[in-house]
Design a binder for this molecule. Structure first.
Ligand SMILES: Nc1nc2c(c(=O)[nH]1)N[C@H]1C(S)=C(S)[C@@H](COP(=O)(O)OP(=O)(O)OC[C@H]3O[C@@H](n4cnc5c(=O)[nH]c(N)nc54)[C@H](O)[C@@H]3O)O[C@H]1N2
Ligand SMILES: Nc1nc2c(c(=O)[nH]1)N[C@H]1C(S)=C(S)[C@@H](COP(=O)(O)OP(=O)(O)OC[C@H]3O[C@@H](n4cnc5c(=O)[nH]c(N)nc54)[C@H](O)[C@@H]3O)O[C@H]1N2
Ligand code: SF4
Ligand SMILES: [Mo]
Length: 747
């Protein structure tokens, strides 16, 4: 054990035996070491300080009120440019999950009897290192992999990615952003030359036509939706969603297309725009590539074919086309109804194609805009060192590797010259016996990954699984050999990047419980224990890493080397990338990309990308006649509910039991009444749920929220071939009424 580790072990031991008051004093002295205890150091004891929310990618500013250097409550920030004084229920309740009784407060190691038992940090780190090193020695460095997240600060993601790949010799590491954003990343890269969502939230207010494709912002991005409500242009709001969601109900036009008919429909829209001459020829000529081929491709998508495939009326298609073609400022927004599909990349690109065709990009109120999901999905896309090399670069490009190595002062040989396996391929790798050790950070794989029946069996095959989480009770912890206790949002410093590319601060305003550490300091401790801490000497604090990231971004489309540091981010209420050195920006200023019509391909032109539609991977059949859609259930629930489930206030705002939306037509045919429970069965598993009979879903379709672990017992593991994003939103199921009407009683 190195000297630092020994010193630190001693300190950890002392802390264990001190009472709370003493702990604070001890920590005040030791802050700047490994960050144990997370006392807010840079803030005045009774200050109010603004930081970004830790749930969704909207990135609202929250004013956290401190008393005696500890957060007591919070209110939405009135002068943060994102939310203008508003927050959704999760934001208001953001501090509550920190106080939950199932917080992980010490490392836990599974003993010979299979129970997780408390160990101290030095023992945990020693076990981590010796087990992973032994696996690598036996099966090669690639046999240990990691799975990360879009929910920890960019500085932590960069450190994890760099430590794992440059320090520990891993090649494979992916994250939950694969489940979420991989499709948008590939779509943008191919079309624009860089992963670059072009918009700013003002665009919600400035459009005269807004087209939402597979997005339910009323539930999933409530404050973005509030921005739509501030639009004074009496906009046409069009929602393409098989379900009549809250957003669809608020729209001026709901297009209830058949699931996964988006590609045919969007090509059909392009076809009619061309036929009616409602395209921007000057824009196409000056700024795009591939128009001739694209216009030839879409001629096959006649209105008859489109209406048949999408199950919509000709008048609806006509109005959709006219609105897009005749609108002056048309913006397109897409989320998981697009990304989580077997052909999601091409659907996203069909949306981009429409924006290019009509010249709706780079101007106020326009854009082909992917809305991100998690608070730091955008940080993960640029800096997690998983699919991209740090700063949106390419592992396979020798110049990129050399540049990163020189910025980091590392030997270039440490940087892998190939990309990582994708999430599903890492799981496959476990099955194939190639991946033997896995480190899961801030994602709840055993609930959220597609087709759990297979996944859980696969996790059991690992020689060593480390889970790093805030809580001891997640589904994934059940499979862990070692649990590392993590501090959460509010207990640590760093930055998030929101959907509109705004880099905003999060801050330490609460002390983490027990020996839980900010992920940043867990990674530092791992580096120390592994014996590669020297490589990360400059990575001394989140703010020091921010400086390194600025350097890594220099010259890239995401260049933010012009941001001075955390104090300036605070003063300016966040800054959108890019901001190259030498440029300045005003407080709360909003900026969008491509106002000069130049894209990031070397010729400056955007690409029309398109392909033939492909059939549903799992179509309905006589045995499984209904199509299951999944997604967000309420604005008060977050994913696998490890956090939101801890708030009594939030629990009151959503149904307590798993439910399945069924159309009245199907309910009648199946003899299902409004108080009945049903079994939802797919070829992979069965889930019990309360029937919720509603016109929100169409006949032949059912919907289940993703917030209950049983939903992914049913889903079918299909992936987009280009992004390898799971297609969570269509598989075949059947429904059976539970005889006694109570869950768990059916045979
Ligand atoms: N309250 C809350 N907010 C969240 C989250 C949360 O867990 N809870 N999670 C965050 C994250 S990480 C994400 S990624 C976002 C997701 O945000 P959204 O994507 O808006 O949410 P979803 O409910 O997953 O999916 C949106 C819609 O896609 C529709 N859909 C399904 N299949 C199709 C199809 O074939 N075509 C079309 N056009 N639509 C289809 C579904 O009916 C659903 O209404 O939300 C973020 N915000
Ligand atoms: N059927 C179906 N499945 C889906 C989806 C769907 O629409 N349908 N959507 C998919 C999408 S878009 C997403 S993004 C995923 C989300 O899936 P997950 O990432 O699995 O969901 P979360 O519940 O957010 O899990 C985050 C985990 O990190 C922990 N955590 C929170 N903060 C911290 C921290 O600061 N440090 C550490 N170390 N741990 C922390 C939490 O306790 C929790 O266990 O689900 C996907 N799964
Ligand atoms: S909309 Fe998103 S960022 Fe804003 S308060 Fe709600 S969860 Fe937080
Ligand atoms: Mo997501």
């Amino acid at each position: 054990m190195t000297r630092t580790l020994a010193r630190w072990a001693l300190r950890a031991k002392r802390l264990l035996h001190t009472r709370d008051g003493e702990l604070t004093r001890e920590l005040a002295r030791t802050d700047g070491g490994f960050g144990l205890g997370q006392v807010p150091t840079r803030l005045q004891p009774d200050a109010t300080t603004t930081m970004v929310c830790g749930f969704c990618s909207t990135g609202c500013g929250l004013d956290v009120h401190l008393k005696n250097a500890e957060a007591v409550n919070l209110t939405p920030s009135k002068n943060y440019p994102v939310n203008l004084g508003m927050a959704c229920p999760k934001g208001w309740e953001a501090l509550t999950p920190l106080r939950a009784p199932d917080r992980a407060t010490t490392p836990l190691l599974r003993n010979a009897r299979g129970e997780l038992t408390m160990v101290d940090w030095p023992r945990a780190l020693e076990t981590f290192t010796s087990r992973f090193k032994a696996i690598q020695a036996k099966y090669g460095p690639e046999s240990v992999a990691f799975l990360g997240t879009g929910q920890i600060p960019t500085e932590e993601l960069a450190l994890l990615g760099a430590l794992a790949k440059f320090g520990m010799g891993m090649v494979h590491g992916d994250g939950n952003t694969r489940q979420c954003m991989a499709t948008a990343v590939v779509a943008y890269k191919e079309a624009f030359g860089f992963d670059a969502p072009p918009y700013t939230y003002q665009d919600f207010e400035l459009s005269d036509v807004l087209v939402f494709v597979g997005a339910n912002p009323c539930i999933a991005h409530p404050i973005m939706w509030e921005r739509v409500c501030k639009n004074r242009n009496k906009p046409e709001i069009i929602v393409l969603d098989p379900r009549g969601t809250e957003t669809a109900m608020a729209a001026t036009l709901h297009v209830p297309l058949r699931p996964k008919s988006d590609l045919v429909l969007l090509y059909g829209v392009a076809h009619l725009l061309l036929r009616y001459g409602l395209v921007d020829r000057a824009f196409i000529e000056a700024h795009t590539h591939g128009f001739t081929e694209f216009s030839a491709h879409v001629t096959k998508f006649t209105p008859e074919r489109v209406c048949e495939a999408a199950g919509i009326k000709a008048e609806v298609l006509e109005r959709l086309v006219r609105s897009i073609g005749e609108g002056k400022r048309v913006s397109f927004w897409w989320t998981m109804g697009v990304n989580q599909s077997h052909e999601g990349v091409r659907v996203a690109q069909a949306i981009i194609d429409l924006a290019l065709l009509t010249g709706n990009i780079g101007r106020p109120g326009t854009g082909a805009n992917s809305i991100t999901g998690q608070c730091n999905a955008m940080g993960s896309r640029l800096f997690s060192n998983t699919t991209n090399l740090l700063g949106g670069r390419d592992f396979k490009n020798p110049d990129h590797r050399a540049h990163v190595a020189s910025v980091l002062g590392m030997d270039v040989a440490r940087i892998p010259d190939k990309g990582s396996l994708a999430y599903d391929q890492i799981i496959e790798g476990i099955l194939a016996g190639k991946i033997k050790g896995l480190w899961i950070v801030a994602t709840n794989t055993a609930h959220s990954w597609i087709n759990q029946a297979d996944l859980r069996d696969t996790l059991k095959r690992l020689d060593f699984l480390v889970v790093q989480d805030m809580y001891t009770t997640t589904e994934t912890v059940d499979f862990a050999h070692l649990l590392l206790p993590a501090a959460g949002w509010g207990e640590k410093d760093g930055t998030f990047i929101n959907s509109e590319r705004r880099i905003g601060l999060i801050k330490k305003v609460v002390r983490a419980p027990g020996q839980a550490l900010a992920d940043f300091y867990v990674f530092k401790a791992v580096a120390e224990a592994w014996g590669c801490a020297d490589l990360f000497a400059r990575w001394s604090s989140p703010e020091a890493v921010f400086e390194i990231m600025k350097e890594l971004s220099r010259g890239q489309p995401c260049d933010f080397s012009g941001i001075e540091g955390y104090a300036q981010l605070d003063a300016l209420a966040g800054v959108q990338w890019p901001l190259p050195a030498g440029q300045s920006v005003g407080r709360a200023e909003e900026r969008r990309l491509f106002s000069d019509g130049r894209f990031f391909h070397s010729d400056g032109r955007a690409r029309f990308v398109f392909a033939e539609p492909t059939p549903l991977p799992e179509a309905t059949s006589a045995r499984f006649p209904l199509l299951l859609l999944t997604g967000r259930g309420s604005s008060a629930q977050w994913h696998t509910q490890t956090r939101t489930g801890k708030s009594a206030v939030l629990r009151k705002l959503h149904p307590s039991m798993p439910y399945v939306e069924v159309s009245p037509v199907d309910a009648k045919a199946l003899g299902i009444g409004p108080t009945d429970w049903v079994q939802v069965r797919s070829a992979r598993g069965v889930a019990e749920a309360k029937a919720f009979i509603t016109h929100v879903v169409q006949p032949g379709q059912v919907f289940m929220p993703m917030h209950h672990a049983t939903t992914n017992q049913l889903t079918f593991a299909a992936f987009d071939p280009h992004s390898r994003q799971p297609a969570y939103k269509a598989c075949a199921v059947r429904l059976e009424r539970l005889e006694r009407g109570v869950p768990g009683t059916a045979s």
